[in-house]
Design a binder for this molecule. Structure first.
Ligand SMILES: NC(=O)c1ccc[n+]([C@@H]2O[C@H](COP(=O)([O-])OP(=O)(O)OC[C@H]3O[C@@H](n4cnc5c(N)ncnc54)[C@H](OP(=O)(O)O)[C@@H]3O)[C@@H](O)[C@H]2O)c1
Length: 251
């Protein structure tokens, strides 16, 4: 299987994100037909035009709001009508409220959980049912290393990603027998709008590196990747710190 899937288009959800734009470029280099889904369609159109000129890619834009849950059934089913086949979905949207703001403001906390977990879960259920029927397809979703441990500086965002990880793992097991593959992507810090100006960042990766790792993970049917690779070992160490020490740390 190529990283496009067996046939059909690749749908990028959250195509205006820093990682989403790099993903679109990486899949365009592989000559995939792309559907760029975003709420800022003007920005997505600029990316699509660039992909057409730079790579000769087929790229079109669709409007998508990740918090309009009631639209999901119709949105997903539209890609499985006659004459339309989807090879796979790459989920790149997300939201990170400032931790202190999320502690004080339940709406900010809820937006974090809804954007990073409720929305992907409800939407991927729709795509999963369709991929299951055609017995092909892939789902590649961006989670985060933040889901590996509850840190006081970021635990509301982190818990939304931990829930996403567990959901994707269960989905992977369910879809395995239908030959539909699910990839969980766990980046460390990435140089995008989400992290601009944040203090204490280290080993910050380029979105292009993350996108290339994601493309390879789909191609090689990997289950879960850390990107760049060294985050697997950093998080192994962080996960192994006992609670008695962890709760005294300023992480
Ligand atoms: N940057 C990092 O260090 C890092 C590390 C680990 C994981 N991640 C994850 O990587 C993914 C991509 O983030 P990024 O770093 O590329 O940040 P980003 O550039 O800030 O992208 C966030 C994207 O999410 C979209 N979005 C948010 N709410 C939405 C909604 N209701 N409907 C549709 N789109 C919505 C935004 O759309 P608009 O353009 O319309 O605002 C934007 O395209 C996220 O899941 C993030 O949690 C990032």
């Amino acid at each position: 299987m190529s990283a496009k899937g067996d046939a059909g288009s690749v749908l990028i959800l959250g195509a205006t994100s820093g990682i989403g734009k790099a993903v679109a470029r990486r899949w365009a280099m592989d000559k995939a037909d792309l559907i760029l889904a975003a709420r800022d369609t003007a920005e997505a159109e600029r990316t699509a035009a660039d992909l057409r000129v730079r790579y000769g890619a087929k790229a079109r834009v669709v409007e998508f709001d990740a918090l309009k849950f009631k639209s999901f059934e119709q949105f997903a089913n539209g890609y499985f009508t006659d004459g339309c086949q989807l090879a796979g979905v790459v989920l790149c949207y997300g939201f990170m409220a400032d931790q202190i703001e999320a502690q004080k403001n339940p709406e900010a906390a809820r937006k974090t959980i809804d954007t990073n977990f409720t929305s992907p879960m409800l939407l991927m259920e729709q795509f999963a049912a369709q991929f299951e029927k055609i017995r092909s397809g892939f789902i590649c979703a961006v989670s985060s290393v933040a889901g590996d441990r509850g840190r006081q500086s970021n635990y509301i965002y982190g818990s939304s990603k931990a829930a996403l990880d567990t959901y994707l793992e269960g989905l992977r097991v369910r879809l395995f027998k239908s030959d539909v593959h699910v990839v969980t992507v766990k980046p460390g810090f990435v140089d995008t709008a989400m992290t601009w100006g944040l203090p204490g960042l280290f080993l910050v990766a380029k979105p292009e590196k993350v996108a290339d790792d994601m493309w390879k993970a789909v191609r090689h049917r990997r289950n879960k990747i850390y990107t760049p690779w060294f985050w697997r070992y950093i998080m192994l160490i962080i996960r192994s710190i006992p609670q008695v020490i962890f709760k005294r740390m300023k992480l």
